[in-house]
Design a protein around this ligand. Structure first.
Ligand SMILES: NC(=O)c1ccc[n+]([C@@H]2O[C@H](COP(=O)([O-])OP(=O)(O)OC[C@H]3O[C@@H](n4cnc5c(N)ncnc54)[C@H](OP(=O)(O)O)[C@@H]3O)[C@@H](O)[C@H]2O)c1
Length: 251
């Protein structure tokens, strides 16, 4: 197995995370796999060719303590890459859901990736490495009934794009913005799962698009024609119509 260096992958126990792990291992990286759920982590390890060459870290990222413990755990590693993939949303009206749960979404989806990136940048710069931020098309439009998720992802996309500009020639930055995808995301957010969306795009295609974008030097990428069509609809629809459409879809 070639060792191109270590990559920290957060949310390695999820749908996108498992596929990122598989592809990054294939690319020759040693993985520092983060998640919370031991059983789901084992499923990810079972998919890998050389599970023993990777390390596992179990931490809650909505809490500052969890982020600090993760950073302390990987302090001895010379990182070449960081994939900020862990994230979730809370479905339901803002006033009806517990405030802490709503704020934890923003801590996990926005504060944790920015904190990890800031702390790890000196190493990533030394290695002329990369950061992949898994944002969402939810960051392109306000989402009634998932308002804090959209707010966190809008923040993540804007920060990630600005960072790419600041770090040109030093660290490659990819902002991945998928739309609906067949992972555990919707069920975990508490949203009705339903029949699935016309825009749903296969997980391998999404992760392959992010890796291709990384090979091209970084950038903002929307994977697959269905997600690109959704992106176009979001961009061309007046805000008031968009709000009504999104509310109908999510209520
Ligand atoms: N699926 C979609 O439709 C979609 C679309 C656009 C963007 N995304 C984004 O894609 C990323 C990956 O999600 P997914 O679709 O693969 O969903 P998923 O299957 O639910 O996976 C989410 C991952 O994030 C981890 N995670 C969630 N909350 C966490 C917390 N508070 N602290 C630490 N880890 C936490 C989970 O860990 P445990 O399983 O160990 O708890 C899991 O590994 C997320 O950032 C999500 O916002 C998803």
């Amino acid at each position: 197995m070639s060792d191109k260096g270590a990559v920290l992958l957060t949310g390695a126990t999820g749908g996108f995370g498992g596929e990122f792990a598989r592809v990054l291992e294939q690319e020759g990286y040693r993985l520092l796999l983060h998640g919370r759920d031991h059983v789901r982590m084992q499923l990810t390890l079972d998919m890998l060719k050389n599970p023993k060459s990777h390390r596992v870290f179990i931490h809650e990222l909505s809490a500052r303590k969890g982020v600090e413990e993760l950073l302390a755990g990987i302090a001895d590693e010379n990182l070449v890459g960081l994939v900020n993939n862990a994230g979730y949303g809370v479905w339901g009206g803002f006033e009806k859901k517990e405030g802490v749960a709503q704020i934890d979404v923003m801590r996990t989806d926005l504060i944790a990736p920015t904190t990890l990136s800031h702390a790890l940048l000196p190493k990533l710069k030394r290695a002329q490495g990369f950061i992949i931020n898994v944002s969402s098309l939810a960051g392109e439009a306000p989402l009634p009934y998932m308002s804090t998720y959209a707010a966190a992802k809008a923040g993540l996309t804007f920060w990630s794009e600005a960072l790419r500009f600041e770090l040109r020639g030093k660290v490659r930055v990819v902002t991945l913005a998928p739309g609906p995808s067949p992972t555990g995301f919707r069920r975990i957010s508490g949203a009705p799962v339903g029949k699935g969306s016309f825009f749903s795009t296969p997980i391998p295609l999404i992760i392959a698009t992010a890796i291709a974008c990384l090979h091209q030097g970084g950038g903002y990428c929307v994977p697959g024609w269905r997600h690109r069509l959704l992106w176009l609809i979001i961009k061309l629809t007046p805000r008031s119509c968009l709000l009504a459409m999104m509310a109908r879809y999510l209520k």
